[in-house]
Design a protein around this ligand. Structure first.
Ligand code: NAD
Ligand code: MG
Length: 309
């Protein structure tokens, strides 16, 4: 038998990496730019890679039904594309002003031959969380995977003394209250083999002074993950978190000084920012009832080499 010709570049540096390296500048980041929150994909330069051309599914989530919050853009869109190509139907929650992004995600899910259900709603209200859960259950016929991915940050230019309660509220309600409320609403629908995947951040381990409130929520998400895993494990439901490093998504130009983006991600051991597509594998693994059957209460870091322990 002859060994097929092997090009090291194709084997060790696949399209997903070539895309990420092409999109980053020499400092690992991107051109200076700013947007109003929540930020829209179409206004980003360059556009992020969500795996549109590179993600190949292998039926690893065949027949599953997933609700992804913040699934319109960034990491959530990459997860939606990967889940659909792995055979899952997908419901996407997002803010009403992100309708255009949500419709584009839905098109990718449908192109993969799967069902897409759009469920707009601001998760800072408990009632909305309950409605979103209900509409997703009705639209998909049930839920097997809940991805608590919606999140908000804002780089603070002043210290704690100046931090206003309404600004804290936006961060704590989006990142923490919504995760509690939505998980509470979805849990009764989760059967043995189902799972919850939360989205933490490198900020949980390496907090930036400008992200005091955001970093606090991300540390809390890690504890919520471990704690909930302990309480629902007996019924066969797994709970995990993905912990991203610096990733090129609308959140970044929408929440900090635009010039900072020029070096965004350059301080990681890999030396560049990550693309949303580079997170998809971790979410697929954690959602898979077969591959992650004994994985619960843990955090998978996708940080470009920044330590997560
Ligand atoms: P993103 O802007 O593409 O996604 C965040 C989404 O959160 C938005 O699309 C929006 O739909 C949703 N959202 C915000 N406020 C909401 C609200 N009140 N109600 C409902 N939905 C709301 O950016 P992203 O970077 O893909 O963010 C996804 C997750 O990844 C967030 O939890 C974020 O904290 C986390 N994260 C991102 C990075 C990064 O560098 N991009 C790093 C670490 C962690
Ligand atoms: Mg968005």
């Amino acid at each position: 038998m002859t060994t097929p010709e092997r090009s090291d570049d194709d084997v060790l540096v696949p399209e997903i990496v070539r895309n990420a390296e092409r999109l980053a500048n020499e400092q690992g980041g991107f051109p200076a730019q700013e947007q109003q929150p929540p930020g829209l994909t179409g206004r980003m330069e360059p556009l992020p890679d969500h795996g549109e051309s590179s993600y190949t599914g292998h039926d690893r989530l065949a027949g599953l039904r997933a609700l992804i919050t913040g699934g319109d853009s960034g990491i959530g869109r990459a997860v939606a594309i990967a889940y659909a190509r792995e055979g899952a139907d997908v419901a996407v929650n997002y803010l009403p002003e992100e309708q255009k992004d949500a419709e584009e995600t839905a098109q990718w899910v449908e192109k993969a031959g799967r069902k897409a259900v759009l469920v707009p709603g601001d998760l800072r209200e408990e009632e909305t969380c309950q409605q979103v859960a209900q509409q997703a259950v009705e639209g998909l016929g049930g839920i097997d995977v809940l991805v608590n991915n919606a999140g908000f940050q804002m780089a603070r230019t002043t210290g704690l003394e100046e931090l206003r309660s309404e600004d804290m509220d936006r961060v704590f309600k989006t990142n923490l209250y919504a995760m509690f409320w939505l998980t509470k609403a979805v849990l009764p629908h989760l059967h043995k083999g189902a799972s919850v995947i939360n989205v933490s951040s490198i900020q949980a381990f390496e907090p930036s002074p400008t992200l005091l409130d955001y970093a606090s929520t991300k540390a809390a998400i890690n504890n919520f993950t471990v704690n909930l895993a302990a309480t629902v494990g007996e019924r066969g439901v797994r709970v995990n978190a993905v912990l991203p490093g610096p990733i090129w998504t609308p959140l970044q130009p929408a929440t900090q000084d635009g010039e900072k983006l020029e070096k965004f991600g350059g301080d990681t051991p890999i030396g560049r920012a990550g693309q949303p597509a580079e997170l998809a594998g971790a979410f697929v693994f954690l959602a898979s009832p077969r591959e992650a059957s004994y994985v619960s209460g843990t955090v998978v870091g996708v940080t470009g080499g920044k330590p997560v322990f």
